[in-house]
Write a protein that binds this ligand. Sequence first.
Ligand code: UDP
Length: 321
Amino acid sequence: MKILVTGGAGFIGSHLCERLLDQEHELFVVDDLSTGRYENISSLVANERFHFIVDSILNSSTLERLMINCDLVYHLAASVGVKRIVERPVETIETNVLGSHTVLSLAAKYHRKVILFSTSEVYGKNSQLPFNEEADCVFGPTTKSRWSYGCTKALDEFLGLAYHKEMGLPIVIVRVFNMVGPRQSGQYGMVVPNFVRQALRNQPITVFGDGTQTRCFTYVMDLIEGLTRLQDRPDANGQIYNIGSTESISILDLAKTVKKATSSKSEIIFIPYDKAYEEGFEDMQRRKPDISKIHATVGYKPSTSLDESLAKIIVYEKTQL
Ligand code: UDP
């Protein structure tokens, strides 16, 4: 197949591209290198089935040319990272809403299947765990820019489902939960690469808030496995699937685990949210997926434990020191 991958030079996108090339597909990757990095895909550019276009998904003429030529679209390009979202809310909203509109409207026009990347952030402050795909999206006030991210991704989902309903667009929506793995940047706030880098440098490990908030960290290759299983399933069209690990850990325990796994001398320090992000920042206290739907559809279950994921990330981060 010919596959268009938006955001293919990012952390998740680059791992996905490697797998799709292994499966003999021909790839057309569009990435504006805002949070993606050329180094992530530099080993792929020599492959004659890999075509890399540096451009924004807001450029509809580039996208239309590529859309006509492809059979399937993985739409990953988005503004990501809580820190970046809080610092650059205009960019977040414009990229995620207008860029996704460009991708989805063209896919609908040419009837190309889309795998739309969404996020666990759409559940917002919902406190009923585990999150089921039918659960409510509970966002905070619009004065707190953090919620703009989940809100824009929820709007993308609405739009994708609307094109499915009105124009028969084949679309599968995946809500990913705290992906981790080699190549993830710590620059935009993500906790695991931050902690590992701090620990390897024996710098303070910065726990935001009191560290009791919990997350389920999913190894990126487990995500890719779930995606490629959904890719060829017509019964997944028009559906939303959570993808993620169900192994919960508090952020303070994560800090201790990283410190131990790296034999680090770092101290663990607590930073109030106001200082870490912005005045009045609201975090999600707990986040855990219900993955029974994707399991029932394609037999998916993540197989990599957090300890195994951390071991691989530590090996990678050591090479980056
Ligand atoms: N966090 C932290 N220290 C850091 C970066 C993040 O304690 O250096 C916390 C953050 O406040 C959140 C959790 O770790 O509670 C996960 O943050 P991340 O940005 O990785 O993902 P989120 O789940 O917020 O989307």
